[in-house]
Ligand binder design. Sequence first.
Ligand SMILES: Nc1ncnc2c1ncn2[C@@H]1O[C@H](COP(=O)(O)OP(=O)(O)O)[C@@H](O)[C@H]1O
Ligand SMILES: [Mg+2]
Length: 265
Amino acid sequence: MNVMRQTDDTTATAEIKIAAKGVQVYYGDNHAIKDVDVDIADRTVTAFIGPSGCGKSTFLRCLNRMNDTIDICRVEGKITLDGEDIYDKRVDPVQLRAKVGMVFQKPNPFPKSIYDNVAYGPRIHGLARSKAELDEIVEKSLRRAALWGEVKDRLNAPGTGLSGGQQQRLCIARAVATSPEVLLMDEPCSALDPIATAQVEELIDELRSRFAVVIVTHSMQQAARVSRKTAFFHLGNLVEFGETGQIFTNPRDPRTESYITGRIG
Ligand SMILES: Nc1ncnc2c1ncn2[C@@H]1O[C@H](COP(=O)(O)OP(=O)(O)O)[C@@H](O)[C@H]1O
Ligand SMILES: [Mg+2]
């Protein structure tokens, strides 16, 4: 695999897709995210790294308002998608999540057929006018998730019957089926074996040509392989954010250096 493949195309100046400013998150009295500013570039993979419990998942969930579903969670600050405030009262979080899709740590296909897993979002959002159009979206999404060849002859089989790596690619197909603009991935490979991990990493590299991808990862090797930008979180603070190559070879903050050299975390 082409290590650090994203760092060589520095001539591309990506547009800002999501801008977060002064973000604070509280779970009751627990101040989990402390005044975080970050810009997520379009058509770029951004990695969030840092020790367990530092707030990576919490911050990721702010970006598509998944924290709204947690009663004790309170989010402050401003987050915009293409300049529009995603926490504005007029924004429907369900619509937002079609635009800002999410893939979780553990593959979680619905207990439905492969076809129906992928068709789920397009159906609830009314994206297809006919069965033929829905078929087309399902095929395109499965192709985009590099799964079509493996499942095209058994679209009616249950999604839960696939291997772990296939299930995760099915979840990616389900997320891309609503034509999102941003894909959030929370440790998408941590339940996968090395071969399935490599396939998902290859896929992420393809997805970035169309989407802004944000990936939380435990693995610094993975961050180095797949991302162009890296954000290092520590105790709820965004300590350092920059080009992945710089973060790993020339960190500016001693906390980042301690983490990447294995002294913390
Ligand atoms: N659903 C939740 N309810 C209450 N506290 C939570 C919840 N999720 C996370 N936290 C707390 O927020 C902090 C950050 O956690 P998390 O975002 O899961 O970190 P990470 O993903 O970096 O491991 C931790 O103190 C954790 O206990
Ligand atoms: Mg997490």
